[in-house]
Write a protein that binds this ligand. Structure first.
Ligand SMILES: [Zn+2]
Length: 191
């Protein structure tokens, strides 16, 4: 064996340790972030990542959304996706505990739709600003956040008054959970 090269087994073990460390750090961050979201907001609205993945795969070639995303975006993308799923999971149970609400909305078109006039302002991912003929000009993520919030509030309004118990009656949508390729109420397919 050439000098200075680690045996494969050692490299593997070291990588495994590093990946665990990354996962632990990420989980700690997600716990802090989700706790803060639930503490500061009685209602949290998130995008349904599963639907977003399906939208992405439609433009690609692979049939399986999760796999396609991993192929296109690499490890960083899959780590981000796993992080998103965990954030949803953490917000969900913390909100349930605190009597708060979580609404997951269809994420299709959230980056293209104008939050003010609802027109579609198509733009590539490289274009970071949302500029609409209606006059709205702001960072694309700020506009998207507004679209997502409004969709969530529409769901909330539609579901209010269903329960007379006084507890929040806000609908909880089928947000993605890591390892699932279908909504919780569907069959639990692994990806
Ligand atoms: Zn507009």
């Amino acid at each position: 064996m050439p000098q200075g090269l680690e045996p494969a087994a050692q490299v593997k073990a070291r990588l495994a340790r590093q990946l665990r460390a990354v996962a632990n750090t990420r989980d700690q961050h997600l716990h802090r972030a989700s706790a803060r979201l639930v503490r500061e907001h009685p209602l949290v609205v998130l995008e349904d990542l599963r639907i977003r993945n399906m939208t992405r795969s439609a433009a690609g070639t692979a049939e399986e959304p999760g796999t396609n995303v991993a192929q296109k975006r690499g490890l960083n993308r899959s780590i981000l996706d796993a992080g998103w799923g965990k954030l949803v999971q953490f917000v969900r149970y913390k909100a349930e505990r605190a009597g708060g609400g979580l609404i997951c909305v269809d994420s299709r078109g959230t980056s293209q739709e104008c939050r003010r006039c609802k027109a579609v302002a198509a733009k590539p991912l490289s274009l970071r600003r949302h500029v609409c003929p209606c006059g709205l000009d702001e960072h694309r993520d700020v506009n998207s956040a507004g679209v997502i919030r409004d969709r969530g509030l529409a769901v909330k309004a539609a579901s209010e008054g269903v329960s007379p118990s006084g507890t929040p009656t806000w609908a909880v949508g089928p947000c993605v959970v890591p390892g699932r390729s279908s909504p919780p109420e569907g069959s639990a397919g692994e990806r």
